[in-house]
Design a protein. Structure first.
Length: 142
């Protein structure tokens, strides 16, 4: 699953845990909301748990938020669901032709812009908390 999908599903899971905090939030229930397989939900919930965003108990169905929604940023979720912290958001294709002027220099030409774009995106995500996302969800209503 691509990072953007895992990220969106992670935010979906956390939002549902808050909005349905009085209910029983099993992976099957969450999967019904996300419209995916419960295995996907369990895998992403495991990532969120490892990052300290969700609490789960072995052998007990259901999950809860580990921190108040005002203390969880979208950047926290983004970091939690990345497979590899060192994997950049943008990457230049592998093995361009070193005998070509473009192939030899494309990485250098793009690297600064790619790094700046990733930093800008991460800074934006760090400024948005889960309570704002949930507010926006509830504002739209049913």
């Amino acid at each position: 699953m691509a990072i953007n999908s895992r990220f969106a599903v992670g935010v979906h899971i956390l939002s549902l845990l808050e909005i349905n905090k009085e209910g029983r939030n099993t992976s099957e229930y969450i999967a019904g909301s996300v419209n995916t397989n419960p295995v996907v939900v369990r895998r992403i919930t495991g990532m969120l748990s490892k990052a300290g965003l969700v609490r789960t108990s072995p052998g007990v169905a259901g999950a809860t938020l580990a921190r108040p929604i005002g203390e969880i940023t979208l950047y926290d979720v983004y970091r939690a669901v990345r497979d590899d912290e060192a994997d950049p958001l943008f990457a230049v294709h592998d093995k361009p032709n070193p005998d070509c002027t473009v192939g030899k220099n494309i990485q250098y030409a793009l690297e600064k812009s790619f790094n700046q774009a990733q930093t800008a995106m991460e800074n934006e995500l760090a400024g948005v908390t889960l309570d704002r996302v949930i507010h926006d969800i509830l504002q739209r209503g049913t």
